[in-house]
Design a protein around this ligand. Structure first.
Ligand code: ADP
Length: 501
């Protein structure tokens, strides 16, 4: 068994920093790589060594697989952690890393290939009788054939890119008249985004919840599930608020989903940390969507409720260690929420609002965790995802985690760019969110700029009212105080008088 001594982290921002922190706790040295836009970045400052690997556009730096491998070899790193995004789900890169004699901290290239394609993932899962959303078993290129299948499935349907990710290449089709044009769009979007125009058709679930299961597997076939994450609050099919556990999942459902997720992982001989995503309908029937073969953005909520450091587990698995716990050892403790704080303007259609963080003060205190890659004075580069931070809270129950999150949002001071903090606060106050029973249409159904403004005004009014109340009571106190002073003064006098009496 080879112990990893030095890891090159092939990523940037909060996730690079988060990985390095676990490595440090394990006594492992780290190498940061950075583009010219990230010269001042925190992950660069944190690492034991740092190397500039190119120009700001990611295809000229963070996506240069061969250069990353070369850098790792040159600096005597023995492993590469890809984080999420960039090369994390690139099987060719994973293979090349291993062929260069390095350890890839992630699953095998074969697992990535199977799960990287939504169709082959479904095919693998089907062998284990995993419930799937009704749809075409393979890719379809012929529009007429696809249309026939859509009629058989029943409208509305969803056309999906087989190689899809990040919500791209997905089209909802309400009726047969619009099928042709939507399919053409989906194919061209899939072609331009993924270089692969293969699409398939699936039943569109009307009010779906997105619930996913975290799994961990070692190289000896042991696989466990670390319960669910509820990720239904989404914008344009992208998650914005996540929590664990889900308010709608019963212990029986949790066990059934967890066991299903383990089967999905088994279907591709999975090892490492992975996430099995399910779509859940109104009746709480769940269907396998896809498996992400990497660490997820929202992994901290699972860490909070299980006490397991997922990055450490990834590293241990990569260096051939067996899992040190079994399913029965895992328990849910408390409740955790995560919000993604983006440099985006919720009042302007969430347009990225890139700029300098003139003021940047993180919230602190019990139950608050901030995973970020910025500090005051830094500029958010335009080249990458505009996420500033992930704000995570932990509480004894859901209510406390929510209250804590609202307190943390109020403490978070960011000046210089617009952020999604006010939008998240809006969601957290909404009765649909508070009820726990909401679906992926949450934003569409309940959010508008007017409502956000109204909530902000209401909050401001409350603040003003509280301030006025405070001033009035202070005024009363001070006049009472004056009276008291006078009283005590006259008392003193009388005391004096008394004393001299
Ligand atoms: P991607 O890989 O692009 O993220 P996913 O398959 O994970 O695509 O789906 C992303 C989101 O799209 C889901 O969380 C869900 O909100 C929505 N979605 C996916 N499939 C369906 C479906 N069959 N019906 C309704 N919504 C869906």
């Amino acid at each position: 068994m080879k112990k990893i001594q030095k890891i090159l982290v092939a990523n940037r921002g909060e996730i690079a920093l988060r990985i390095m922190r676990s490595a440090k706790e394990m006594g492992i040295k780290t190498v940061a790589v950075f583009s010219e836009a990230d010269r001042q970045a925190l992950h660069v400052q944190y690492a034991d060594e740092a190397v500039c690997i190119g120009l700001p556009p990611s295809n000229q730096s963070y996506l240069k697989g061969d250069l990353l491998i070369e850098t790792a070899l040159k600096l005597n790193a023995d492993a590469i952690h890809p984080g999420y995004g960039f090369l994390s789900e690139n099987a060719t890169f994973a293979k090349k890393v291993t062929e260069a004699g390095l350890i890839f901290i992630g699953p095998s290239p074969e697992s990535i290939v199977i799960m990287g394609d939504k169709l082959s993932a479904k095919e693998a899962a089907q062998k284990y009788n995993i419930p799937l959303v009704p749809g075409t078993p393979g890719a379809i290129t012929d529009i007429e054939e696809a249309k026939q299948k859509a009629t058989q499935i029943g409208y509305p349907v969803l056309i999906k890119a087989s190689a899809g990710g990040g919500g791209k290449g997905m089209r909802v089709v309400e009726n047969s008249e619009e099928f042709e044009s939507q399919m053409q769009r989906a194919v061209s979007e899939a072609q331009s985004s993924f270089g692969n125009g293969a699409v398939f058709v699936e039943k569109y679930i009307g009010s779906p919840k997105h619930i996913e299961i975290q799994v961990l597997g070692d190289k000896y076939g042991n696989i466990v599930y670390l319960f669910e994450r509820e990720c239904s609050v989404q914008r344009r099919h992208q998650k914005v608020i996540e929590e664990a556990p889900s308010a709608v999942v019963s212990p029986q459902m949790r066990k059934a989903m967890g066991e299903c997720a383990v089967m999905v992982a088994k279907s591709c001989n999975y090892f490492g940390a992975g996430t099995v995503e399910f779509i859940v309908d109104e009746k709480l029937d769940f269907y396998f969507l896809e498996m992400n073969t990497r660490l997820q953005v929202e992994h901290p909520v699972t860490e909070q409720i299980t006490g397991i450091d997922l990055v450490k587990e990834q590293i241990k698995i990569a260096q051939d260690e067996a899992l040190s716990f079994v399913q029965e050892d895992l328990k849910i403790q408390g409740h955790s929420l995560e919000i993604r704080v983006y440099a985006e303007d919720p009042k302007n259609n969430f347009l990225p609002d890139i700029g300098t963080l003139e003021t940047y003060q993180r919230p602190q205190g019990v139950g608050v965790r901030v995973d970020d890659g910025f500090s005051e004075g830094m500029t958010i580069p335009i080249y990458y995802d505009p996420m500033i931070a992930k704000l995570i809270t932990f509480g004894k129950d859901r209510q406390e985690a929510i209250e804590r999150m609202r307190r943390a949002i109020a403490e978070y001071k960011i000046v210089g760019v617009e952020t999604t903090l006010s939008f998240c606060d809006f969601v957290l106050q909404h009765e649909a969110f508070l009820s726990g029973n909401f679906d992926t249409k949450f934003v569409e159904k309940y959010f508008s700029v007017d409502k956000l403004n109204a909530k902000n005004n209401e909050t401001e009014m409350n603040v003003v009212a509280a301030l006025i109340g405070k001033l009035l009571s202070e005024k009363n106190n001070s006049s009472n105080q004056k009276e008291n002073n006078l009283l005590s003064h006259s008392n003193k006098k009388s005391n004096w008088k008394n004393r001299n009496r």
